[in-house]
Design a protein around this ligand. Structure first.
Ligand code: LER
Ligand code: MN
Length: 272
């Protein structure tokens, strides 16, 4: 398993669960100094970061780009895949595609989390599920030429009414014709929704593509009451070799949160 830390470059997302905030350069310097393998970027859009600058920052600091979030499509541009307006849905899918085009050349998968939206007055649960499935088909295939998957993230009930558990996520993925969509298992959402997080990860099996590594209260690992022993054992048992990516509140501050995360990563995984 590999270590990763989130970097938000979106001012509107302040207060959100990202560890590093200040600049990409400062984030890369700290991530390298602490020994992280990779960063995960939450950016306002595909043009927010100059790819050449990102290439050289990653090279200079011996880091990989693990994944790119698309949540700014919702937070900043109010785009979501279950919008009743077909033109807005198209814009939402185009936004995700543009983030795939940004991350793809780095080998980084795009994440559909908050962008999945929710059903409501004008959109029935079945319609919303259909829109989500269509978007995953299109975006999964869009990512394939980059040889990167697309990550789909079940969220907790307070953030979506689409899919909130690993089992429901697996059910959705198994009905798609594309095989290029993997689950992002966020341990915070899972602590709210799953009966047994480790058992859910085992059932997720080969569908698990990425993990948000965070404690029960969304603080860095060690700051809540999650027992990580069975969780890490379950990840080993399913041969998970992807990233444990710290998506947590910068508590008590970004640097301390990053230090705590890498200490916990090493303790629980035994990885350097
Ligand atoms: C949102 O709660 C979350 O977990 C993010 O990873 C989704 O974009
Ligand atoms: Mn997450």
């Amino acid at each position: 398993m590999k270590s990763c830390i989130t970097v938000s470059l979106v001012e509107e997302a302040r207060g959100g669960p990202f560890v590093l905030w200040d600049s990409l350069r400062a984030a890369c310097e700290l991530a390298e100094r602490l020994g992280f393998d990779a960063i995960e970027i939450f950016a306002a859009g595909p043009d927010a970061v100059d790819p050449r600058e990102l290439h050289s920052l990653l090279d200079d600091h011996s880091l990989r780009l693990a994944a790119v979030g698309t949540g700014a499509g919702w937070v900043k541009h109010r785009l979501q895949l279950a919008d009743p307006d077909p033109a807005q849905r198209r814009r939402a899918v185009d936004f995700v595609r543009s983030m795939i085009d940004f991350g793809g050349p780095f080998g980084a998968a795009a994440i559909i989390g908050s962008m999945q939206g929710r059903h409501g007055d004008e959109v029935s649960p079945e319609q919303a599920r259909g829109y989500l499935a269509e978007a995953l088909e299109a975006c999964g295939e869009h990512a394939a030429p980059f040889q990167t998957p697309l990550f789909y993230e079940p969220l907790n009930r307070y953030e979506t009414n689409q899919i909130t558990t690993v089992d429901a996520g697996v059910g959705l993925l198994e009905h798609l014709s594309t095989k290029n969509v993997k689950l992002l298992c966020d341990l915070f959402h899972m602590q709210i929704e799953e009966c047994d997080v480790a058992a859910a990860l085992r059932r997720g099996g080969r569908h698990v593509g990425h993990v948000h590594f965070v404690d029960s209260n969304r603080r860095p690992v060690g700051g809540g009451h999650t027992d990580f022993r069975p969780i890490v054992q379950a990840l080993r048992d399913i041969d998970y070799s992807g990233y444990l990516s710290a998506e947590a509140f910068p508590h008590p501050n970004p640097q301390a949160a990053a230090e705590q995360t890498i200490r916990a990563f090493r303790y629980w995984t035994g990885c350097p």
